[in-house]
Design a protein around this ligand. Structure first.
Ligand code: ZN
Ligand code: ZN
Ligand code: ZN
Length: 125
């Protein structure tokens, strides 16, 4: 299931890794390489589950329909706004964790390399 385009009508075959994805974002999440652009795109209709190829160089309006079931698969994408919000939140959490990690590392450092004053203070305690 694609969480970027909620109303995706087709899957697209990535020419680079020969995998089916609902959108380029899904590909980016699963793969570390860039999606290769091709002139002959492979599609899989979600309605009739049949695969077909389109020459992107000669793409015209009639090509926006599945050749098997006439499903209009080129449609305005419904993009869930909540996903964008959650991603922003995650980035903030990650940044905070990175900061904590640095603070911890610094503390560890001083524990292993105590200067005499600090050692005395610890013993007093
Ligand atoms: Zn790929
Ligand atoms: Zn997606
Ligand atoms: Zn179809």
């Amino acid at each position: 299931m694609c969480k970027h385009i909620l109303n995706a009508q087709v899957s697209i075959r990535a020419p680079c890794c020969k995998q089916w994805y609902d959108c380029s974002e899904c590909h980016a999440e699963k793969q570390t390489h860039k999606l290769v652009k091709t002139m002959e795109m492979g599609f899989l209709c979600k309605k009739c589950k049949k695969a077909f190829y389109k020459d992107m160089e000669k793409y015209e309006e009639s090509d926006e329909f599945c050749p098997y079931c006439d499903n209009h698969y080129v449609i305005e994408a419904k993009i869930p706004h909540a996903v964008v919000g959650v991603e922003g939140e995650d980035a903030r959490i990650d940044a905070r964790m990175l900061k904590d990690e640095r603070v911890k590392a610094k503390n560890n450092h001083s524990v292993f390399e105590l200067d005499p004053d600090e050692e005395a203070a610890l013993l007093d305690f």
